[in-house]
Design a protein around this ligand. Structure first.
Ligand code: CMC
Length: 428
């Protein structure tokens, strides 16, 4: 039953047996291209009267997918078969979007055409601007994004028929294109500045930066170092297999809900500090620690269960090794701070924290390593984003993954409405 050996017997020949209440149940074992096999328990209830119980889905595959592969033990992440390090080095975010949506990197012609589609969809319906003013100025941009993205379905009726391929494709392009515009508008609203329209002559990351940082009263020039770093950050966050927000998108979509509603559900899930909200939480934690001399005391608190303190930006459900995205992020962090000539004391705190944690038995035994969020906050801060924009940026980047996974689910004949069961326990 071990994966990676390349010598598996054909699926039809392989079964797993379970003896339960004196009934032997045989279940098919299915193999992926790489990665662990799965036991297909779909008939278990019918044949034994039992459900499986797996809170948090620690041992449960909910679908088969061709999009992203993670080997958590080895610290490997592949988008459509391409290692993340290679994509982060040699591709831009839009190429990666094309890859995730279509299965292969684009040719020059395909790229031009795709770029044109995305660029032409960046504006939001003018009437949407009025939505924003309904929110309090001090609303978190994620709260605004949940509402505004959900509202997209009330504007774009011509791309909500999930059974029509054309609608699905247009909805995908709209989501990828409009999410930066919406996130930037949420930011501008929160700081009381006018909305800045997208600029079609700029690349994806540069356009996002100008929508966030330009003001109508003076020219704005995108710093290429900053644009490159942001583009890379977006690549690193673009997809991550069946994580909590992606599973939320799939579950919402399994009922036949329209894609805009599903992505709004994904944004809501991403916001939590155990998931996309960790980048904000990690930076706040670094600020709270403040100085390397305070690290030992903080580590003591993390190790004390009664304190309920976690080392944010550390640990991962799947990675039991260094998160490959964290490595690229750490390099990007040094590069950006170096090129921009910024000295950030929080980087010293982060590096010392990482050094201590990687040598501490508590973290070694639990296989806790830095994840993508450990260094991302320092880079985003150097670029000029306030912490409240960290998770919205994650949402902007992850939208393509969500929509690619949603589309794959809709087109998968094996998918049904997601409907878990429960272990009912009487009160008392
Ligand atoms: N600091 C201290 N202890 C930790 C941490 C941490 N960051 N993460 C896990 N542990 C401990 C935990 O207390 C538990 O100990 P014990 O076995 O003694 O009860 C053990 O490690 C296993 O933890 P778990 O919560 O059962 O593991 P999980 O797979 O359910 O949680 C996680 C994964 C990411 C939610 C968790 O590691 C965490 O809370 N990390 C901090 C938040 C964070 O950085 N999240 C971003 C994840 S990467 C970006 C993304 O995909 O969204």
């Amino acid at each position: 039953m071990n994966a990676h050996d390349g010598s598996k017997a054909p699926d039809s020949d392989r079964t797993a047996s379970l003896l339960i209440n004196n009934v032997q149940v045989k279940m098919p074992v299915r193999s992926g291209s790489i990665g662990p096999d799965v036991i297909d328990v779909g008939r278990l209830y019918r044949e034994s009267g039992c459900f499986t119980y797996d809170p948090g889905f620690t041992s449960t595959a909910n679908c088969s997918s061709k999009i992203t592969y993670i080997d958590g033990e080895e610290g490997i992440l592949l988008y459509r078969g391409y290692p993340i390090e290679q994509l982060a080095k040699s591709s831009n975010f839009l190429e990666v979007c094309y890859l995730l949506l279509n299965g292969e990197l684009p040719t020059e012609t395909q790229y031009k055409e795709f770029d044109g589609h995305i660029t032409r969809h960046t504006m939001v319906h003018e009437q949407m601007t009025r939505f924003f003013t309904g929110f309090r100025r001090d609303a978190h941009p994620m709260a605004v994004m949940c509402g505004v993205v959900g509202a997209l379905s009330s504007f774009y009726h011509d791309s909500t028929d999930i059974h029509d391929l054309k609608h699905r494709v247009i909805a995908s392009h709209r989501m990828v294109a409009k999410m930066p515009t919406i996130a930037a508008m949420a930011f501008k609203y929160s700081i009381g500045q006018p909305f800045i329209y997208p600029r079609n002559d700029l690349e994806f990351a540069s356009n996002f930066l100008q929508m966030c940082f330009a003001v109508p009263c003076e020219p704005y020039e995108v710093d290429p170092v900053v644009a490159k770093a942001l583009d890379r950050i977006m690549i690193l966050h673009a997809d991550h297999e069946q994580n909590a927000s992606t599973s939320t998108v799939r579950l919402a979509g399994s009922s036949g809900a329209n894609p805009f509603a599903c992505i709004a559900a994904g944004i809501a899930c991403l916001w939590g500090p155990a998931h996309g909200g960790a980048n904000e939480a990690a930076l706040k934690m670094l600020e709270e620690i403040g100085h390397v001399r305070n690290i030992p005391e903080f580590i003591k608190r993390v190790k004390d269960k009664n304190e309920g303190v976690r080392l944010m930006g550390f640990g991962h459900r799947v990675y039991k090794n260094y998160d490959p995205r964290a490595k690229v992020m750490q390099e990007t962090c040094h590069e950006v701070l170096g090129k921009l000539g910024i000295k950030d004391d929080l980087l010293d705190v982060a590096m010392e924290l990482e050094r201590i944690a990687l040598h501490d038995d508590y973290f070694i035994e639990k296989k806790l390593y830095p994840n993508v969020d450990f260094y991302s906050g320092i880079v985003l801060r150097a670029i000029g984003f306030p912490v409240s924009m960290f998770t919205p940026l994650f949402a902007v980047s992850r939208t393509v993954g969500w929509i690619a996974q949603w589309k794959e689910m809709i087109e998968d004949p094996e998918q049904k409405i997601g409907r878990p069961r429960q272990l009912y326990v009487k009160r008392g």
